[in-house]
Design a protein around this ligand. Structure first.
Ligand code: HEM
Length: 413
């Protein structure tokens, strides 16, 4: 077997991007941190990119303004749909926070921050609780469930639809489109492009309708914010609504899915959380985000000039991927990084990124993760894996890390 981690004086290590790697990438990242912390590799798509694996370098790279978010810096790869948000090249979602740099990013981020405040997320608490209970009601009497399909997947999509102000009768369409995106995450891009196109067309029409009938939802908030001084075009509003959905959906599915899987594999930690859920859930979710977070690699960045990172000078025009999952296991920053410690006090993890692109949905994601996990463990206290010996399959794909299915059993409610 050839080993892409060898060469250039690096001792042989675990291969990247194999099935074993996808199941447990942490040993390969530990090897890179030790021997090639800033490492050029060929991605499964054929694109050559740099992986940044140490915590200190990752934090620096995330905040470095010499790294652009505009995928057109890597023109050929962008045209082939190999960098940027999947499906965008064909569907043309347009400019949004995750592919813009200052000053456009600054203006749009200011506008969305006015509408999407931590207070708005907190006001959403009763609704998230209601949705959580509704999805558990759907399987609680049966004694078994797939926690991805039946629970982690629907909760964030309906929550974001509510937040944006998508009418209830249309929300099932979003569930269908979101399913197309998640199923096709690592496969043919046609499904993703189609789903993105449906969402874009729908959101454009919704924004148009709402202009004449503002409510207290987030889309109305965006329109109001743009009416006070700074301008947000209808295209920009549609791109913003789309990126909130896109960035806030699969990530939260993975927080709930990976988090529950980790808890099921650590009975002691899980029992302590079940005994004192209200006191422990805050730091517990932070540790679950650090230990096996939803976003393995931060979204694409591109060098605009020769840029030194961790002692390596990366030439201009190169794709750079900051490996959040590796940074958050770096022993230079975290004591006993491979140990799950739900009451870890010193935990400045990078699961939500860092710098100007820091996750704007973090308060909502934390709320959803905390409510989903505590409610499930309270209502189904003897929850366990349906088959402890079965291998769990991961969805694959480059940026995200999440399970395909999480089959469990429990005493029916
Ligand atoms: C940005 C993680 C949930 C909306 C980011 C970034 C990360 C991240 C790592 C930075 C990407 C980069 O720098 O390349 C997560 C995780 C979540 C989560 C782990 C769940 C556990 C959400 C939710 C929303 C959301 C619920 C909205 C409803 C966004 C947006 C950005 C972003 C709009 C772009 C911000 C910008 O570029 O200024 N997220 N996210 N995220 N996130 Fe989240």
């Amino acid at each position: 077997m050839t080993c892409p981690v060898t060469g250039g004086g690096i001792p042989p290590g675990p291969e990247l991007f194999t099935r074993e790697f996808v199941a447990d990438p942490y040993p390969a990242y530990a090897h890179l941190r030790a021997h090639a912390p800033v490492h050029r590799t060929t991605l499964p798509s054929g694109v050559e990119a740099w992986l940044v694996t140490r915590y200190a370098d990752a934090r620096q790279a995330l905040a470095d303004q010499r790294l652009s978010k505009d995928p057109r810096h890597s023109e050929a790869a962008w045209k082939q749909g190999k960098v940027g948000v999947p499906g965008e090249q064909r569907s043309g979602v347009g400019a949004h926070l995750l592919n813009l740099d200052p000053p456009d990013h600054t203006r749009l981020r200011r506008l969305v921050s006015k509408a999407f405040t931590p207070r708005r997320a907190e006001d959403f608490r009763p609704r998230v609780q209601e949705l959580t209970d509704r999805f558990i009601d759907g399987f609680a009497a049966s004694g078994e469930a797939d926690l991805i399909h039946d629970f982690a997947f629907p909760l964030p999509i309906y929550a974001i639809c509510d937040l944006l102000g998508v009418p209830e009768e249309d929300q099932d369409d979003f569930r269908t489109w979101a399913g197309m995106m998640i199923r096709h995450g690592s496969g043919p891009r046609g499904g993703v492009a189609r789903a993105v196109r449906h969402m874009r067309t729908y959101l454009r029409e919704l924004i148009h309708r709402k202009r004449g009938d503002l409510g207290d939802d987030l889309i109305s908030g965006l329109i109001r914010a743009s009416d006070h001084g700074e301008h947000l075009t209808e295209d920009e509003a549609a791109a913003m609504a789309f990126i909130l959905l896109f960035a806030g959906f699969e990530t939260t599915v993975n927080l709930i899915g990976n988090g529950l899987r980790t808890l099921l594999a650590h009975p002691g930690a899980r029992a302590a959380l079940q005994r004192e859920p209200d006191e422990r859930i805050g730091p517990a979710v932070e540790e679950l985000l650090r230990y096996d977070g939803p976003v393995e690699l931060a979204t694409w960045r591109f060098t605009t000039c020769a840029t030194p990172i961790g002692g390596v000078v990366i030439p201009a025009g190169e794709p750079v991927l900051v490996v959040l999952a590796s940074a958050d296991r770096d022993a230079e920053r975290f004591a006993e990084p491979d140990k799950l410690d739900l009451s870890r006090a010193d935990n400045p993890h990078l699961a939500f990124g860092h710098g100007i692109h820091y996750c704007i949905g973090a308060p909502l994601a934390r709320l959803e993760g905390q409510i989903a996990i505590t409610t499930l463990l309270r209502r189904l206290p003897d929850l366990e894996l349906a088959d402890p010996d079965a291998e769990l399959r991961w969805r694959g794909g480059l940026i995200m890390r999440g399970l395909q299915r999480l089959p469990v059993r429990f005493t029916p409610e």
